[in-house]
Design a binder for this molecule. Structure first.
Ligand code: C2E
Ligand code: MG
Ligand code: MG
Length: 574
């Protein structure tokens, strides 16, 4: 600890004078005859009279000619009280030199120094105190960004409403999907602008029977409805969801007019059906919200009992998935892609399977949403990518140079480690970049951001082929084609399944093929299940296909056998 050295007296005096000047109350010193000796800077500012003007003048002199009767009485009372007790304290309004009325709290105290009496006065401007108090109350009860009531206010309004309401009460909990990623990608200023715009849009909906719209912080909101009919709230929540289908435009230096889609997850509970008591209702709305988030978000869920079971299952699933990622239980199955004209295998799509220790081989439908919800996508991708790189190098040594295509979610692209992971694998396993293809689904691109575009461009520059998966099932397929550097379009199997019997599906596939040709892209038809579909697609000009008719997803050894057989039969033909 450093030694403490007391201040020299002169410095101490100087310090006291300077601190007094900084004081937020007006301080003044009078002599024993109540004449001004000194005033601080706040006094000059508050009352409008300079110290030079006041020095030697008696108390109240500046206003002597204009004092109202009430003020004269206060002054008299003050001098009497100071004479007799040496102390005076009062609240009153006074006018300053600029004609402003100040609500003041004044205290005077007599102090003796070496037998000489001085009076020290202090004036506190109560309107500033009241303003500060109001500010504090605001800070404690409202979110500072959006100005909406906070969680505390929401809870008290809900419990109040439940106490004196015999009507139905509905609690809605709402989160913005992928908020953490958005916040990282957009940066603090832009994410705040997004949240402000989001709140303005909800306000503009002028929802009926809304008793409280609250911001718990970040992307966390709550709405409290008092209504006669739950269906009415249902309709209003529909408008809320529709509102999110329009992009938000952010305009600043870093985002330059970029569009951001802000999807939401919504959980709802209502009184009296779900609970009688507000904490129970709130928890149930939160459980419903959680349920939506576990299912990929962008939806509304009304609480029901089965959600409890689901949540229990999900907690278990999450812990099992974490074990699966750390113990490497994910394996790729390979589905062949082939040239429709020659029937030759051009490559394979790697599709994840989970070798579960007790439940056997699980399909993506059983766990892929949970992977995304628990932010394990990058772990899954890296586990798959390593095995795929190993497989490519095995095939390379056997003389096969077919490509392997890996599925990736847009959330994986946004990850800062994604690009390095891919490029390092290519170097480590000595794989040519064009042998690795990456497929992105349209639906994952909906939650898009400029970062995804940047990452796709980087991969493309590296020489990796990119495919747009499930084409035609999303919202804005055509704009994706223009925006992102895809080499392949994969027509979703829902269009192929009816292509031979349904004129509309046929027309859609034809249009996609023409579009791809115009844009210099290659087309792969997914889900070819029979020969007629293959033949028709071939006559329509589709180059590549994939489907059960040709081969189901299979383990690596079976895929290798298939390549061997193709090789042997080719040699035989020669
Ligand atoms: P996808 O990428 O569109 O893959 C095609 C899906 O259709 C596969 O289902 C495949 O088994 C199935 N399929 C292929 N041919 C036919 C057919 O002729 N008829 C029918 N009815 N279905 C066919 P799977 O393996 O269950 O995968 C489902 C989805 O899971 C994939 O759709 C993909 O979006 C996702 N997925 C699979 N593996 C991964 C992965 O490693 N990472 C990520 N992020 N997603 C993956
Ligand atoms: Mg795919
Ligand atoms: Mg697909």
């Amino acid at each position: 600890m450093t030694a403490f050295t007391p201040m020299p007296l002169a410095d101490k005096h100087q310090l006291l004078v300077e601190l007094c000047e900084q004081f937020e109350d007006a301080i003044f010193i009078l002599d024993k005859n109540l004449r001004y000796l000194s005033v601080n800077a706040t006094y000059e500012l508050m009352l409008g009279y300079t110290e030079a003007f006041l020095l030697g003048r008696p108390l109240g002199v500046y206003a002597a000619d204009f004092l109202s009767e009430e003020e004269q009485a206060v002054l008299k009372n003050l001098t009497n009280s100071l004479d007799s007790t040496g102390f005076y304290e009062s609240d009153f309004s006074m006018a300053n030199r600029y004609g402003q009325t100040l609500d003041c709290h004044i205290t005077y105290r007599r102090i003796y120094l070496d037998d000489t009496a001085y009076y020290v006065g202090k004036i506190r401007n109560m309107s500033i105190v009241a303003k500060n108090k109001k500010k504090l109350v605001h800070l404690l009860n409202y979110d500072q960004l959006t100005g909406l009531p906070n969680r505390k206010v929401f809870l008290s309004q809900t419990s109040e409403l439940l106490l004196d309401s015999y009507q139905e009460v509905i609690i809605v909990r709402l989160n913005i999907d992928g908020y953490r990623n958005l916040a990282i990608l957009l940066g603090p200023d832009c994410i705040n602008t997004l949240v402000e715009n989001f709140v303005l849009r909800i306000k503009a909906l002028e929802l009926d029977d809304l008793r409280c719209f609250s911001h718990f912080g970040g992307d966390d909101f709550a709405l409290l409805f008092e209504c006669k009919d739950a269906n009415m709230v249902r309709h209003q929540l529909d408008s809320l969801m529709q509102m999110c289908e329009r992009p938000f435009f952010l305009n600043n230096n870093s985002t330059k007019g970029s569009e951001v889609y802000c999807h939401i997850s919504v959980g709802v509970s209502y009184f009296p059906k779900n609970d009688n008591e507000f904490i129970g209702l709130l928890t149930k709305a939160e459980k419903a919200l959680n349920y939506v988030k576990q299912h990929g978000g962008d939806d509304v869920c009304w609480y029901q009992k089965s959600i409890n079971e689901f949540n229990a299952h999900h907690i278990q699933l999450e812990s099992e998935l974490r074990t699966a990622t750390s113990e490497g239980q994910f394996i790729p199955y390979f589905q062949p892609k082939f040239a429709l004209d020659t029937g030759e295998i051009t490559g394979f799509e790697a599709l994840v399977r989970w070798q579960h220790p007790t439940r056997g081989l699980l399909q993506p439908i059983d766990f892929i949403d949970a992977i995304i919800a628990h932010k394990l996508s990058l772990e899954l991708f890296s586990q798959m990518a390593i095995q795929i790189a190993e497989q490519l190098s095995v095939w390379q040594t056997l003389g096969f140079n077919q490509h392997i295509c890996i599925n990736a979610d847009a959330a994986e692209f946004s990850h800062p480690d994604f690009f390095d992971l891919v490029s390092n694998l290519l170097v480590q396993y000595k794989i040519a970049a064009h042998q690795l293809h990456i497929e992105v689904t349209e639906s994952s691109l909906i939650k898009r951001h400029s970062n995804v575009k940047k990452q796709l461009n980087l991969l493309k520059e590296l020489g990796i082929c990119l495919a747009l998966d499930d084409f035609g099932t999303g919202y804005a397929s055509l704009s994706y084609l223009q925006e992102y550097p895809f080499d392949f379009i994969k027509i979703d199997k829902s269009f192929i399944s009816k292509i031979t019997g349904d004129r509309t599906q046929h027309a859609i596939v034809k249009a996609i093929l023409q579009l791809a040709q115009a844009l210099d892209m290659q087309v792969i038809a997914e889900g070819i299940e029979n020969e007629q579909q293959r033949d028709l697609l071939l006559t329509m000009g589709c180059q590549y296909g994939q489907g059960y008719w040709f081969g189901k997803p299979m383990p690596a050894e079976v895929a290798t056998d298939m390549l061997m057989q193709q090789h042997l039969s080719k040699n035989k033909d020669c």
